[in-house]
Design a protein around this ligand. Sequence first.
Ligand code: SF4
Ligand code: SF4
Length: 94
Amino acid sequence: MGVPRSKIPWCPEIDYDKCDFCMECDKFCPHRVFERRENEERKLVVAHPENCVVFCRACAKTCAPDALSFPDKKEITALIKRLREEGKSGGGDG
Ligand code: SF4
Ligand code: SF4
């Protein structure tokens, strides 16, 4: 996208009031975004948000209790656009 992934805050957020730790989202996602924590109360965490594919929301469909949410797509699109323009004006090699 012409913008470093680390600057794009796109990843799922787990609502721990709803999550029943079925692990369907973790089983589904091939990008190792989630990580299981055997001995903790929160048995699943978003350990590697930067691995999440920007604008992917696929794992949310596997979540029966609807515990996964994502940032607002329009806001992130606007942010990417802004960062890209900043990159252009700062760089000069684009
Ligand atoms: S949104 Fe896509 S890439 Fe991100 S955690 Fe879910 S399935 Fe994985
Ligand atoms: S699919 Fe939903 S309920 Fe299951 S572990 Fe993931 S977030 Fe929790």
